[in-house]
Design a protein around this ligand. Structure first.
Ligand code: HEM
Ligand code: HEM
Length: 185
């Protein structure tokens, strides 16, 4: 399979980047909206898409390990290079942690895991409280919840810096960083 070069990124890198980016940002927006407004019909949709995206995220991580990181298009100041690399690491780790913490919160919380009705882990109904569920492990569910909430905030911050960086390359440095991530030479 074609690997990334300094001049051109592989179709695999470009398509995985944009697929994960668009769906991930959508899940953040939907997640915050449904949680703040208690829009319960969105929960199973958010969870199903999150679990499906997790498989794409894992393929992307394997691809990064096989291919290595993309090289900067030209020589930048050391501080800029360290900043960009740190954010790339935070983004890759965050894309893995968000679905894992979500599944931990729902699975250990007794809600089960489902992809659009396909059962991966059954829910744990509370016999004494019809329509409610019993947590399988309260502390693990709590840990998942905390990580998901905190992770969401950290990811919003990191993605914002990442987008500002991409726009700076494009409009101020006027280099090919953004063009290259769009599959162009
Ligand atoms: C509109 C939103 C976005 C824009 C404009 C954008 C733009 C870019 C650009 C231009 C690069 C190439 C940087 C380089 O060559 O050094 C890049 C790389 C990267 N982006 Fe984004 N990005 C966006 C959203 C996201 C999101 C939401 C994530 C993760 C949640 C993400 C994760 C990454 C990672 C990990 C890299 C390193 C290369 C790779 O692994 O593919 N990006 N992005
Ligand atoms: C890439 C994947 C995902 C992203 C980016 C994401 C993002 C978010 C965000 C930002 C929130 C709002 C958190 C807050 O402000 O408190 C949220 C809520 C939530 N997410 Fe996710 N999520 C993802 C995957 C999942 C998965 C796989 C599950 C479960 C299987 C899940 C279950 C939930 C639940 C149950 C809530 C609501 C929590 C509450 O009501 O307190 N998420 N998600």
């Amino acid at each position: 399979m074609t690997k990334d070069s300094k001049q051109k990124l592989s179709p695999m890198t470009v398509s995985l980047h944009w697929l994960v980016a668009v769906v991930f940002i959508t899940l953040i927006v939907v997640g915050v909206y449904m949680e703040e407004n208690e829009v319960f019909f969105l929960y199973p949709i958010h969870k199903s898409i999150g679990i499906l995206l997790f498989s794409v995220i894992l393929i992307r991580v394997i691809w990064r390990i096989k291919n290595g990181w993309t090289q900067p298009v030209s020589q930048y100041k050391k501080i800029e290079q360290i900043g960009a690399k740190t954010i790339h690491w935070m983004l890759i780790i965050g894309t893995v942690m968000m679905p894992i913490s979500g599944m931990l919160m729902s699975g250990a919380g007794g809600h089960g895991l489902h992809i659009f009705g396909l059962e991966l882990l059954p829910s744990n109904p509370d016999e004494w409280n019809l329509g409610k569920v019993m947590p399988l492990n309260k502390s693990l569910a709590g840990l998942g919840h905390t990580l998901h909430e905190l992770g969401g905030k950290i990811m919003i911050f990191s993605i914002t810096l990442h987008i500002i960086g991409a726009l700076k390359h494009h409009f101020i440095d006027k280099d090919s960083t953004l063009h290259r991530m769009l599959g162009k030479k």
